[in-house]
Design a protein around this ligand. Structure first.
Ligand SMILES: [Zn+2]
Length: 182
């Protein structure tokens, strides 16, 4: 039994470890550091109550059709018209097992299963989903499937955050910490 557990867990730990060793880059998917509000992460209610929960990313504004690039390389795990909230969405599993989410795209250039280098074109900026009524933008979010439990009690963002959404803070990282400051 002990041997079986070793055989099972050692490769899993090695694979998780390799994910943490991969270098992580700080690039803008499009636009510049002034194309988004650095305080918009966890602002509540950013969407005036339509989604009900705090804003889980930042909105990078720009012209429709602007090229959107992979902020980090990785494996495309989702590329489709998701629903009328997200519209066209691309999710890329990157370094440190973080999932980079690009939402409200006009066009998608990548498919599920594609391996991307940092800076690859993944699509174009648009206003699909519930971005129809707002200026065109990419909603960019970073999700970690490995929870950061210490974040549960840390206040972040602006606005009154209902405590019932605290669990979400363990899974959604502030993209402003992972984007260039200038
Ligand atoms: Zn957004």
């Amino acid at each position: 039994m002990k041997k079986f557990l070793t055989i099972l867990f050692v490769p899993i730990l090695i694979i998780i470890g390799i994910g943490y060793l991969l270098p992580e880059f700080k690039e803008m998917p499009c636009g510049t550091a002034s194309s988004y509000n650095h305080q918009s992460f966890w602002h509540w209610p950013w969407t005036r109550g339509t989604s009900g929960h705090p804003h889980t990313g930042v909105d990078i504004f720009g012209k429709t059709g602007t090229t959107v690039r992979a902020q980090n390389g990785g494996l495309v795990i989702y590329s489709a018209y998701m629903n009328d909230t997200a519209g066209n969405a691309v999710f890329v599993l990157g370094p440190k097992w973080r999932v980079h989410m690009y939402i409200h795209l006009k066009e998608r250039y990548v498919e599920k299963g594609d391996f991307l280098a940092c800076g690859c074109q993944i699509g174009t900026l648009g206003n699909t989903g519930n971005a129809k009524k707002t200026p065109p933008h990419v909603h960019y979010g970073i999700f970690t499937p490995i929870p950061y439990v210490w974040k549960f009690f840390i206040p972040i963002g602006e606005g009154n955050q209902p405590v019932r959404y605290n669990w979400m803070k363990m899974f959604w990282l502030d993209p402003a910490d992972h984007l260039p400051t200038e």
